[in-house]
Design a protein around this ligand. Sequence first.
Ligand code: DX5
Ligand code: ZN
Length: 215
Amino acid sequence: MSEIIISPSILSADFANLERDIKKVELAGADWLHIDVMDGHFVPNITIGIPVVKSIKKVSNIPLDVHLMIENPAKYAESFIQAGADILTFHYEAMKSENEILQLIELIKSLNCKAGMSIKPKTQPEKILPYLKELDLLLVMTVEPGFGGQKFMPDCAEKIPLIKKHSDENLIIQVDGGINEQTAKICKDDGASSLVAGNYIYKSENVQAAISSLR
Ligand code: DX5
Ligand code: ZN
């Protein structure tokens, strides 16, 4: 039986009390900490950058799961890893060629970081099958990237079985967007091994119960 990796997204935390809100999910049993990096180009929103990841690293005790929603991720990958990323996920849609994708995966892994690639809702899973053997993690977005608190798109979760069929046991299949107790169940049944949740965890009265309910 494989364990589900729960990665709370600090996008829904109080940025004025980030350390407090990181400790809150750590103490509640979070496995990873999901950090959403947005550049205002790849997605319309702007969020966290390299200096903030560096500061978070100093106060957190769990792996940092950094989700890059930026253009030209190869330019910044090394800086995010030096800042403390343990898992670095870039978007398939931000890449220009197969070669560029393979080189970036290799770079991330050579820096002792787990390499993840993500697909937006409209990207067909067939496109990324050739890369699964190289990746440590494949992130299936179940909302349009850019904002927390959106509604789960069930069609997106339907991509998971095909991805699972074409990957080996070690690939972590992560889902991000609109995850709560009900949608988590759909994703786990489809074969997801890691769940990101922002709003559901941070807006809940009992963070520990919210995290447990996703397992
Ligand atoms: C969306 C981000 C998500 C977001 C999830 O672009 O990638 O990580 O924080 O938030 P919820 O769980 O609230 O949908
Ligand atoms: Zn994310």
